[in-house]
Design a protein around this ligand. Sequence first.
Ligand code: HEM
Length: 211
Amino acid sequence: MKISKITWFIFAFFAISIGIYPVLYALVDMSQGLLGNKPPEVLSNSLWSLFFYLHIGFGGVSLLTGWSQFSKKIRARNIQLHRTLGKIYMIAVLVSGISSVFIAFYATGGIGPSFGFGILGVLWLLTSAIAYIAVRKKHIPQHKVWMIQSYALTFAAVTLRLWLPFMGAVLHMEFIDSYRVVAWLCWVPNLLIAFAIIKIKYPKVSWFVLS
Ligand code: HEM
């Protein structure tokens, strides 16, 4: 198998497996995980619960619909599928992103994670909105560079779930300490990698040609 095929396989595997992970909340008792760290007043706050479940449900949809959009082969074979999945992705980011900013105020670990997740949520909405405006205006190169950034941020859901066990099992960090770090580590490196990919693949594209 070629390197690019292996990379694609790993990329799709994590997007799909973390994308379906929120389904567990409907199937098994999850009260010992993140919910186990929440104070009773948050758990009984119906607005928090509404936004939490909207966030995880639509977040899963964004991961599941986003990864295949980067395949040139799939796009060439069926551009209508690309458009349909793209619209579903945008709606999912809109709902999950707005909800994420709300639940970020109640994040476990206090102000650090609240800021980390809150800024991530705002950037997620912004990069996705710019990507959408770009494609509506038929600025395809700009659409590509902003979608790379948008999905790099969507992928924070994957990298968070890789960093957390690594910090616990390998670095022997307490959960709460690793959570405070991971609220930033789950997305800042992703965005830097996105910038590097854009610089290599689209060095001549000016990001803000949106007239
Ligand atoms: C990229 C922007 C995202 C932001 C800003 C964000 C933010 C948050 C926040 C603030 C929490 C609650 C943390 C706490 O209360 O301590 C959370 C939990 C959660 N998020 Fe996201 N999230 C994002 C993307 C996603 C995506 C794409 C998924 C898709 C699977 C997702 C799935 C979940 C799940 C399942 C939880 C519950 C915790 C767990 O079971 O691991 N999130 N997220």
